[in-house]
Design a binder for this molecule. Structure first.
Ligand SMILES: [Zn+2]
Length: 663
């Protein structure tokens, strides 16, 4: 299979007599793919019901003539002006109840019958017209779905959604959300409003009825997913080729695990800021691979600087190449960019592209792209669709993300960072990780980490208990097992239903100011520290690994525990651990699981993908400084330089090697 190398191409922003010149240039860099028609609705349908495909036909022909593969988008991510003027209901209402007047993009109301009708009509015409184009490799629906709407159409659809979720029983809703608090009891379905800042949500985003808040997030994620599914089903009538939409890593709005079930292949847009740790980018790639437990498409990245971040630094020499191979190491089977030609006008004119404003191929960026394009062409074909195999699974869950961050108290939390606290430790030890959902089969992992598993259920508890009793090792921490799916606290002490497998009970949790850390004293008298939250743990069947220091009144309580349960072990961390504490904790866990760990060479990633005949060891210097490391596979070939590598590997700043190990 070919590695798609290319990206978003918007020739409609340029005179037609420049189009062929673009491809004369892009083909020098071995670009073989273009994503088109992402934002063309106003050109395709200039007036309601009047369609014009002449220009898109010419763009498709241009790409066919140049033997370029096509990722065909549906153009439904931005609304034409006639539509927002004639049908104001297609726009969104914000959390202050203000109806938007149109403009921008990714902002249609997902529950507007008129938007659904008009978008589906357009997609029907596009799918019918272009399904016979041989060069199309993928369909790309809308663009970067996200954001919520709070309009009356959404309120009506929400009540319908609730009736289905709660067995058409308003009492069930009242009970599930505990509406007797602050006189919120509903006596009619029509009394249920979306949670808005002019209503039941405080200015800092905290809902009064957290059950309502969680339900609305699920509903809006489902509503946008329904838009996706409708377009997908229309395309499917005409075409069997894979259908995707570009996701955005750890963005909060949508439950991507639910979305991925409806997508043929996951694709995503990776835009690390200049100060984003390489490990966090690695985690996002692993999450995107984890959505379907399959390789994914890197649909967008930028060849050089972005334009929309607070500070948009240039990428250093070889940094774009490094990011590209980092994506591939974690499961990307395509390397695509936003965009192929830099815009002259509009909000993206300072966003870099393959062809920059200089319109020259004699640029630092283009030369790097040329090198990358040549390298990708020379890689063995079985690198595509090869797998990443990991012994460690880290659970990521959008419902926990929403529930934890939206909770009023005990302290402001950052779910992604708190998951990354654990991911980073495995990343630094060169241990591969799968980011998994709570529905994943736990059995294939030696170790499961469930950071801040705030929401729990009886069925999930049973699966965890079975996994541990059968020999698995399970780790969780503060703010886990606290509530059910409607945000009702599980009574009988924290961590609720997990008390049995963890062998602990917690009555109180202290919240610490930013500049306060509590000492954690380990059994061997080593001292670490905990921040953010401190659970006052009372071990039941568990063994205490550390207790709090004398600077707090709860020094007698445990901070870290370990519980033998059947053939396995369950670990619990009652606080956010500093380097010393997490090192102590993980050393015990890694010994218990016998997972191989290598704490040398921090800043160099070593990740493996495997096909049926080969292993591919990606060795990536994610740093600008030179590194020298021992070669884990001496006398193997580097696929990028075609040279045999000896005992030592010298990596200049952002350098990459891919060693091929025959099986
Ligand atoms: Zn709406």
């Amino acid at each position: 299979m070919t590695i798609l190398y290319g990206g978003d191409y918007n020739p409609e922003q340029w005179p037609e007599d420049t189009w062929q010149d673009d491809w004369d240039k892009l083909k020098l860099a071995k670009v073989n793919s273009a994503t088109i028609n992402v934002f063309s609705w106003a050109l395709l349908e200039p007036r309601e019901g009047q369609f014009s495909f002449d220009k898109l036909d010419r763009i498709v022909k241009l790409l066919e003539d140049n033997n370029i593969k096509i990722v065909m988008a549906t153009s439904t991510g931005a609304l034409p002006n006639w539509m927002t003027r004639k049908y104001p209901e297609v726009t969104r209402v914000d959390t202050y109840g203000i109806r938007q007047i149109g403009g921008k993009r990714e902002n249609a109301c997902p529950n507007s019958p008129m938007f659904q009708h008009l978008s589906n009509e357009l997609v029907e015409k596009i799918a019918k017209r272009y399904s016979n184009v041989k060069n199309i490799t993928h369909w790309h629906i809308s663009n970067e779905y996200g954001g919520y709407c709070y309009c009356d159409n959404c309120a009506v659809a929400f009540r319908k959604w609730l009736k289905k979720e709660y067995n058409n029983d308003l009492n069930e809703v009242n009970t599930a959300w505990g509406t007797n608090v602050w006189s919120h009891t509903y006596n009619s379905w029509n009394e249920i409003n979306p949670p808005m800042k002019i209503g039941d949500v405080s200015e800092d985003g905290k809902p009064v009825l957290s059950g309502l808040d969680l339900a609305y997030r699920r509903f809006q994620s489902d509503s946008l997913l329904n838009n996706f599914k409708k377009e997908r089903d229309i395309i499917r009538k005409y075409d069997d080729r894979p259908i995707t939409t570009n996701l955005m890593g750890t963005q909060k709005d949508l439950d991507y695990f639910k979305w991925a079930k409806e997508m043929d292949i996951v694709s995503w847009d990776n835009y690390p800021a200049f100060d984003t740790p390489a490990g966090l980018t690695a985690m996002e790639h692993d999450l995107m691979r984890g959505l379907k437990q399959k390789p994914f498409m890197l649909m967008e990245q930028t060849p050089n600087q972005t334009n929309w971040q607070v500070i948009n630094r240039l990428k250093a020499p070889n940094q774009m190449r490094m990011y590209s191979y980092q994506a591939m190491a974690h499961g990307a089977d395509t390397i695509q960019f936003f965009q192929l030609k830099q815009a002259r006008n509009g909000s993206e004119k300072f966003h870099s592209a393959l062809i920059s404003h200089s319109n020259s191929t004699d640029t630092r960026t283009f030369k790097e792209l040329e090198q990358l394009g040549n390298e990708l062409q020379s890689l063995p074909t079985d690198i595509v669709d090869s797998t990443n195999n990991s012994e460690v699974g880290i659970i990521f869950d959008w419902n926990n993300y929403w529930g934890l961050e939206d909770a009023t108290g005990p302290i402001k939390q950052d779910y992604v960072q708190q998951v990354y606290d654990y991911y980073k430790e495995f990343y630094d030890r060169h241990i591969g990780v799968d980011m998994i959902s709570k529905e994943t089969d736990f059995k294939k992992y030696k170790l499961i980490i469930a950071p801040n598993m705030y929401i729990n259920s009886e069925s999930l508890t049973k699966r965890i208990e079975y996994y541990v009793s059968d020999g698995g090792v399970f780790v969780t921490n503060y703010m886990s097992g606290i509530v059910d799916k409607d945000d009702n606290v599980s009574l009988g002490g924290y961590p609720g239903l997990l008390r049995k497998v963890m062998g602990i009970k917690i009555d109180e949790t202290d919240a610490l100011p930013d500049d306060v850390q509590n000492q954690l004293i380990f059994k061997d008298k080593n001292i670490g520290s905990g921040s953010l939250l401190c659970d006052l743990i009372q071990p039941d069947t568990a063994t205490s690994l550390a207790h709090y220091g004398k600077n707090v009144f709860y020094t007698d309580y445990s901070a870290l525990t370990k519980n033998e349960f059947g053939k396995g072990t369950a670990y619990y961390a009652g606080s956010r651990l500093d380097k010393t504490a997490i090192n102590y904790f993980l050393t015990d866990i890694l010994q218990r699981t016998q997972i191989k760990s290598d704490s040398n060479n921090i800043g160099v990633e070593m990740i493996q993908r495997e096909s049926s005949n080969n292993k591919f060891e990606f060795i990536i210097n994610t740093d600008s400084k030179e590194k020298v490391i021992n070669n884990p596979y001496p006398q193997t070939n580097d696929l990028l330089t075609h040279q045999q590598i000896g005992e030592e590997i010298h990596l200049s700043g952002y350098d990459v090697l891919i060693l091929q190990i025959k099986k």
